[in-house]
Every structure is written in structure tokens, then in C-alpha cells.
Ligand binder design. Structure first.
Ligand code: SAM
Length: 261
């Protein structure tokens, strides 16, 4: 809900994850401070960002084809077409999508996320995932939490260090969803690029951004109590359903889609 939210100024003196990611995807909504971080990242970072985004496309379209028509996407990022609502409304025009992000630059570009199909609806919440109750309460303005919802936490939780309780926050969000809902999660990892861990973490650290890449064993608990569907917990290019396999390459993301029993 953008109306009435005071737009905090965009701070161009320090890098922000949304703008670094925008640079990696070839976008223009970033500043020299963001570029400085992005350029210090290993060359693979751009391909990894594109593969993560492609996973979001495949998983969201697949869920829409299964009949899911309500989506809550937290850590949305700067709009990059196609956005989630464009993907799912191409399958189900009446689909409803609520986006949430804590970055003022995403709020500034929120209009692009609010152009819905006439039959469906989209909304945007300027909020922090560390205040999950606020997001759930405001999302209930558009979503019916007595019916299945797909919750996307895509390339978000690695920005929460362990002491900020990423697992507890995820459990709390998932706990608010009825049976038949899904969690769609992707998470940065260095398991397939161990030699790039230091370079990646140090590029973000120099920009004062905490990045906590996690191993497979550390990503698994995000899905505790849920039923992984399709190929399970795999790297981004390995997650596909009912479509030709994407080209297999090493990836910096673990991904999974899981059903709430
Ligand atoms: C790497 S981008 C991912 C964008 C999109 N989900 C995707 O995968 O294409 C991470 C996003 O998470 C947002 N973010 C980071 N920490 C957050 C927090 N504590 N609460 C809400 N959003 C957050 C950033 O502002 C950024 O837009």
C-alpha cells in the first residue's frame, strides 16, 4: 500500500543490495557506490543473478499453473520485467500479488509493480521482513489468508545474519499460511564456488552489506516441516518442471519450492 507512506530519501552515499542486484541484472537504477561493490564481485555474479531470476520465473509460473492465485513476494527488488505479477497473471489473469521490500528505491519504482491485469490486483508494502507481522497484517488487505498463498523469499534471507533469526522469521511467515500454500526460496551459497566465497563476502563487506552465504545444510532448515516439491532443494538451473531443462551450469544459489502440509 503505497498511499500515505512517506517516501524515505534514496541514500546514494552507501551501497544497497537492491541496487547492486539491479546492476548485476543490467539495470540502470543504481549509483556509483553500488557499481563499486558489484564490480568487485566475481565475474560469475551476473550469471548467478540471471539464473536466480530465471528460477523465480519458472517456479512462479509453475505454481500459477497448479492453480495458486495469491502471491506474497518479500524482498522484491527494483522492478525488472517480467516481474512476478506479469508472470503469474499471464497464466491466471485474476491472480493477486503483494510485494514488499524495505528499500526506498524499490518504493520509488513501485508504480511498475502496481500495473495489474484488469481481473487481478497487485499491491506494494514498504516494510522490513524482520517485522513479519506488519507485512502479514497489511498483505491481508489484498490476500485471503484462509486460501493458499505462495510466499516468495527469493535472494533475500542471505542478507539476514544468523543473529537476526532468518529461520524463525521464515517459520513465522510460513506459519501464517494455510495448508496447500507454498514457500519459494532461493539463497546464496558458495558450495559450488568455494574459491569465490572470500571475494564475494569481502566485496559486500567493503560496502557495509552483511552477506551470509549458507551451505546446503544451512539452507535446508528454511524448509523444515514443509514438503519440498519437484526436484527438491537444488541449485537454480536444476529447478524446472514440465519444461525443457535449462542449461546446467554451476550456480551461486540453492533454490526450493515447498508445500505447507
Ligand atoms: C538480491 S535482491 C532480490 C530481488 C528479487 N527477489 C529477485 O530475486 O529477483 C534482494 C532484495 O531484498 C531486499 N531486502 C534486503 N533486506 C531486506 C529486509 N530486511 N526486508 C525487506 N527487504 C529486504 C533488498 O532491498 C532487495 O530488493
Amino acid at each position: 500500500m503505497t498511499a500515505g507512506i512517506p517516501s524515505s530519501p534514496v541514500d546514494t552515499s552507501k551501497p544497497h543490495p537492491a541496487r547492486v542486484y539491479d546492476w548485476l541484472l543490467g539495470g540502470k537504477d543504481n549509483y556509483p557506490v553500488d557499481q563499486e561493490v558489484a564490480e568487485k564481485l566475481p565475474a560469475e555474479a551476473r550469471a548467478n543473478a540471471a539464473r536466480n531470476r530465471a528460477f523465480m520465473h519458472r517456479a512462479s509460473a509453475w505454481l500459477a499453473r497448479q492453480g495458486v492465485d495469491q502471491f506474497l513476494d518479500i524482498g522484491t527488488g527494483i522492478p525488472t520485467a517480467p516481474n512476478l505479477h506479469q508472470i503469474v497473471q499471464a497464466v491466471t489473469p485474476r491472480a493477486r500479488v503483494v510485494y514488499a521490500d524495505n528499500d526506498p528505491i524499490v518504493l520509488r519504482h513501485a508504480e511498475a509493480l502496481l500495473v495489474s491485469s484488469p481481473e487481478g490486483a497487485t499491491d506494494y508494502i514498504h516494510a522490513d521482513v524482520r517485522q513479519p507481522e506488519e507485512i502479514l497484517e497489511r498483505a491481508a488487505g489484498l490476500l485471503d489468508f484462509t486460501r493458499p498463498v505462495a510466499l516468495s523469499l527469493i535472494a533475500l534471507m542471505h542478507f539476514l545474519p544468523d543473529d537476526q533469526d532468518p529461520y524463525g522469521i521464515t517459520r513465522g511467515l510460513v506459519g501464517a499460511l494455510p495448508s496447500g500454500s507454498h514457500l519459494v526460496l532461493s539463497h546464496g551459497t558458495a558450495d559450488q564456488h568455494p574459491e569465490l566465497r572470500q571475494e564475494t563476502e569481502s566485496a559486500y563487506r567493503k560496502g557495509a552489506i552483511a552477506l551470509r552465504m549458507r551451505t546446503r545444510a544451512e539452507v535446508e532448515p528454511f524448509f523444515e516441516g514443509l514438503e519440498l516439491v519437484g526436484p527438491g532443494l537444488v541449485t537454480a538451473p536444476e529447478w524446472y518442471q514440465e519444461e525443457p531443462a535449462p542449461v546446467y551450469e554451476r550456480s551461486g544459489f540453492y533454490v526450493g519450492v515447498a508445500r505447507v502440509p
